[in-house]
Design a protein around this ligand. Structure first.
Ligand code: GLA
Length: 375
């Protein structure tokens, strides 16, 4: 019996019908372009959220989480609506709502993806619940459909206007590979990402910073892209080239121009990164990662002093490349580092944080791991 199943039994007094897990993610490259029909190259990390579920004969959803001392919340199925306020359980309820489940459920969640670190703990929670429910009710949704249903839960139920990257990689990632995801049609290609055999490590640096802008800033960036798309009468940023953007520069505001420049150049960088990885050219990958950070910092303006500090310190310590990951305004950065330099790089980053008076960063590392699965 797995441990989530034992926890379920302790909480509800009988065994669950199904258990599933889904991982968090880091994104190698391709930031803030999933909602612009771009390409992204994330991979699943080792840390997962686990869930155990049993169906009941009543019309109540009971949810507990190990992180909340297994206190059981009870919500009537008829009360589930995007208008219902709440906390983390909204991600679970959102998926139940999005999948159209009409049966009572008992649920326990064990969230092992570090919270608030920008490693997609919320997508891991959605994907684990969706995977379990899809199987328990034999819904037959394929993985792209499940990803879209999870995104709908987050967009409409939770109210966060996220793109499709986090849910997709949590559901579709494969061990040993980064996932090249075409955000237009959710087709994927596994790109081998084996840093270890090249004497490298991908260091994840959680800045522990969380700036206010997270929600409003994200929606504002998305809106800028939508405005440019409408102004140029194109389908998405995917359909724009730098030459076209430059020739129409006068038709948009300076802010819209730099937002669009990020989107166009970042999509190109993802394709270049795939070529670099296929040649095991990690020096080139490092340069692309650095260019991505500069674009996010200067054009998209979604970085923050703590992320810049982590990136600058990692590069000063010899990293091949470093950049912020995820939505920005806090959360984590990644650094591609020679394995023998990892310890020193951490010390240099810690020193830089201390000098700037920032809260001490946390460090993680992870090989590319498997996406969601039934346990
Ligand atoms: C968050 C969102 C994703 C994506 C990233 C930025 O993680 O959930 O959809 O837009 O930000 O790349």
């Amino acid at each position: 019996m797995n441990s989530i199943s034992t926890l379920f039994e302790k909480t509800y007094g009988h065994s669950p019908d199904i258990c599933a897990s889904a991982p968090g993610r880091v994104n190698l490259i391709g930031e803030h372009i999933d909602y612009s029909e771009g390409f992204v190259l994330p991979f699943a990390i080792n840390d997962c959220t686990e869930v155990a579920i049993a169906r009941t004969n009543d019309t109540v959803i009971k949810i507990a989480s190990v992180q909340r001392k297994s206190e059981v919340l009870s919500i009537a199925l008829s009360d589930i609506s995007p208008a219902l306020t709440g906390d983390w359980e909204r991600y679970v309820l959102g998926v139940i709502w999005s999948l159209g489940i009409t049966s009572g459920l008992e649920i326990i969640v064990d969230g092992k993806v570090p919270l608030g670190a920008g490693l997609s703990s919320s997508a891991a929670l959605e994907a684990s619940v969706a995977t379990a429910l899809n199987s328990l009710f034999s819904l037959g949704h394929d993985l792209p459909t499940l990803a879209r249903l999870c995104q709908r839960a987050e967009n409409v139920y939770v109210g966060m206007p996220c793109g499709i990257m986090d849910q997709s990689v949590s559901l579709m990632a494969n061990k040993g590979s980064a996932l090249l995801l075409d955000c237009r049609d959710l087709t994927t290609r596994n790109i081998a990402f084996d840093v270890a055999s090249h004497g490298l490590e991908l260091l994840i640096i959680d800045t522990q910073a969380h700036h206010e802008l997270v929600d409003g800033g994200y929606a504002e960036r998305r809106a800028s892209c939508d405005e440019v798309v409408a102004q140029f009468n194109i389908i998405s940023m995917r359909h724009l080239t730098m030459a076209q953007l430059d020739s129409k520069k006068a038709e948009i505001s300076p802010t819209q121009y730099i937002r669009a420049r990020h989107a166009v150049t970042e999509i190109a960088r993802v394709m270049d990164a795939v070529v670099a990885l296929e040649k095991s050219d990690f020096a080139e990958l490092g340069k692309l990662i650095n260019a991505s950070h500069a674009s996010l910092r200067d054009d998209y303006t979604v970085s923050c002093p703590e992320l810049d500090c982590a990136v600058d310190a990692a590069i000063a310590a010899g990293a091949l490349g470093a950049r912020m990951v995820g939505g920005g305004f806090g959360g984590s950065a990644i650094a591609l580092v020679k394995a023998e330099n990892v310890a020193d790089t951490k010390i240099e980053i810690q020193r830089a944080f201390e000098k700037a008076g920032y809260k001490a960063p946390r460090f993680f590392t992870s090989l590319p791991s498997q996406g969601a699965r039934i346990l």
